[in-house]
Ligand binder design. Sequence first.
Ligand code: CMC
Length: 441
Amino acid sequence: MADDSAPAGKNAGASTLTVRDNRTGQEYDVPILDGAVLGADLGKIKTAEDQPGLSVYDPGFVNTASCRSAITFIDGDEGILEYRGYPIEQLAEKSNYLEVAYLLIHGDLPTKEQYDAWEHQITFHTFVHENVKGLMQGFRYDAHPMGMLLASVGALSTFYPESRNIADANVRQMQVVRLIAKMPTLGAWAFRHAQGKPYVYPDNDLGYAANFLSMLFKMSEQKFEADERLIKALEVLFILHADHEQNCSTNAVRSVGSSQVDPYSCVAAGIGALFGPLHGGANEAVLKMLRRIGSVDNIPDFINGVKDGQERLMGFGHRVYKNYDPRAKIIKKACDDVFEVTGVNPLLKIALELEKIALEDEYFVKRKLYPNVDFYSGLIYEALSFPPEMFTVLFAIPRTSGWLAQWLELVDDKEQKIARPKQIYTGDRGLDYVSSSERWA
Ligand code: CMC
């Protein structure tokens, strides 16, 4: 910002904002960089030197950038999503999850040697310490798998105390590999736990998604071999969920990471945020909603209830996308491939009709509410035999690579500070304490 005494116009130009503070009559030229003004610059606008500066009140960070990032690009109006510049449609069609994870973490697609080394490393680290198994076995029979995942990922920090040394790039990379490698193991074990079935160890002859399916569904057979079309569908779902710039859970990872804690604690925070029904828990909520609607005939009543504000149409709407979520388009197509193997999920008919009606209804059109990534993903997960409680786990596993890419970027970013938002205090001041014996007399 121009210094406080600088008259407006001194720095005036295409890249400044002129602000007049009507409390003082003072005008300020505030520099605009990358379409943003610095919060710290606004803080220099004061009514007097000893008074607090102007701040921005922005619950939910609706219009506040918290970082610079070169990982994921979204144009919500156009429905564009790119990882490191590559369109999501091309990655979903031509790549696989491990390659996409490499792209997010390292910034570039791997050479053959880099890919082979990466795949080998991830595969090598899929096993977890037996005590982690003991920890997971200690949960109640009906523990939600997200709670188990959160706790076990947090616990990993105690198995790798060196992970606290986040200043060392090699240490950081080691934890990145461990986390990406172990998430499917922990997720699958949380699933087996709920079913009362023995935990299945990783099969390192299998690829990332195929090994996950083996740990989920293998029983007494020597080798679990999933249908290739289902493996491909899971890879696509993993790619679509790998990153989504500064969403609630990524913000949680970055916020916790800004205290310079180890990455296991950061990812555990991300898992907690993802668990919520407005974030990763939405696909579970979509299925429950579809089941409750029950039949196409009940859709008009349900839509009226949504418009009256009684509830939300889950799987619709997005903070960023004011157009069709590009991931939802890809998932809708993947439904066909999966249903070819598993048979059609009867709830699909309700979902398709719901989408058709909502997209024509003025309430949704006016608010630019379109299907998001969660609208169809639950139908696929159900067809793959996952209970709804597992849906968010299936989101957390691939999102781990995005969280870690964001965490690595944060650690290297010299502009970052410990996250510490301001508040606007609305409570009492300066009250005199009255002892409990007097208050309760
Ligand atoms: N059904 C009905 N009305 C809605 C919905 C919905 N799903 N979403 C938003 N609205 C309305 C909302 O009531 C408000 O209307 P009005 O202006 O009359 O008050 C308007 O649209 C703006 O909504 P908002 O809550 O201010 O928007 P937001 O950006 O804060 O919320 C959202 C985004 C995703 C939380 C919200 O759209 C929502 O709750 N959707 C349902 C849950 C869901 O599907 N979540 C998954 C998000 S995608 C996965 C991810 O990336 O995490």
